[in-house]
Structure formats: structure tokens, C-alpha cells
Design a protein around this ligand. Structure first.
Ligand SMILES: [Zn+2]
Length: 157
């Protein structure tokens, strides 16, 4: 699977992380599907967290509102533009997913009442206010989490 990022989204990540400083931020990843196994992150939501690292599973209402807005903007072309997963920052520790992160993502894809059977988790960290470190993990129902990298062609700044 290949996942890339538009230059605009990259710039926005950078600006958001800079602005947040030591505060943890996160939201949803919204993507365009280019091929069956090739996605491009075209947008993301930026939610305010209550300060707790484990709080990234937002309430369903906010989730749906963000999605609806994205679907409207992209002409309701769900096959092409859809939810890809979640992202958040680890401002002061490693970008590897925590146990809680893995549990939360597993719950999202294993939830039998949900349509989501596949989601990625992107964790980012701004280093020295200049570059972004990241980890990207793919979660799919009935499968073990798989670590990935964002395509190297991506420029984060
Ligand atoms: Zn985390």
C-alpha cells in the first residue's frame, strides 16, 4: 500500500504543529483513492483535544459533521474521496503508537457495527520546529497492524 500527502496538507501539518507547540493535537485523515492500494491524503481535520493523549476517539457527531463537509466539498464521490483514518501528534515523545493508540484503532476497525474495516494511524512530531517525524500504521479488520511510511516523494515543509 502506498500513502502520500499533498503539498498543501503537508504545509498545513507543519503550521498546525508549530502553532500547537507542546500541546497534543489531532483529527481525521481525509484522502483521495488513486488506485485500490494507493491513497493521497488531501485534507485533515484539526480537533481540539481535552489534553489527554487517549482522547482521540472523538464523538460520533463531530466525526460525521467533518465527513459530511468533506463529502460536500468533493461532490459526494465516496468511492474516490473518503475517510482514511486518524492522526495526532506526540509533541514530547516517540512517534511510535502507544498501546492505547493501538487499542483505540483496533476498536475502530473491529467494531462490527461500523462500516470502517480499514484505517490508518498517522503520528507526527515536529523536531526543532523544522522537520516532521512520523509513523504510519495500517489497521485492517482481522489483521495485525502494519507499519508503513509516507511515500518519500512527500515534502513536509
Ligand atoms: Zn498517540
Amino acid at each position: 500500500m502506498r500513502i502520500e500527502l499533498t503539498a498543501n496538507a503537508g504545509k498545513r501539518f507543519h503550521a498546525s504543529l508549530r502553532q500547537a507547540g507542546d500541546r497534543e493535537i489531532g483529527g481525521m485523515l481525509l484522502a483521495e483513492q488513486l488506485k485500490s492500494d494507493h491513497f493521497r491524503i488531501v485534507d485533515f481535520s484539526l480537533d481540539s483535544f481535552s489534553g489527554s493523549h487517549t482522547g482521540f476517539q472523538r464523538d460520533p457527531e463531530t466525526h460525521q459533521k467533518t465527513l459530511d463537509e468533506f463529502f460536500r466539498r468533493t461532490g459526494q464521490d465516496f468511492q474516490r474521496f473518503n475517510y482514511l483514518g486518524e492522526w495526532h501528534s506526540h509533541p514530547s515523545f516517540s512517534v511510535q503508537p502507544s498501546t492505547q493508540d493501538i487499542n483505540t484503532m483496533t476498536e475502530i476497525v473491529e467494531n462490527q457495527s461500523s462500516l470502517i474495516t480499514f484505517a490508518v494511524l498517522l503520528i507526527v512530531r515536529l523536531r526543532f520546529r523544522i522537520w516532521i517525524e512520523h509513523s504510519l500504521t495500517v489497521f485492517a479488520r482481522d489483521q495485525a497492524p502494519q507499519p508503513r511510511r509516507i511515500s518519500r516523494r512527500v515534502v513536509w515543509i
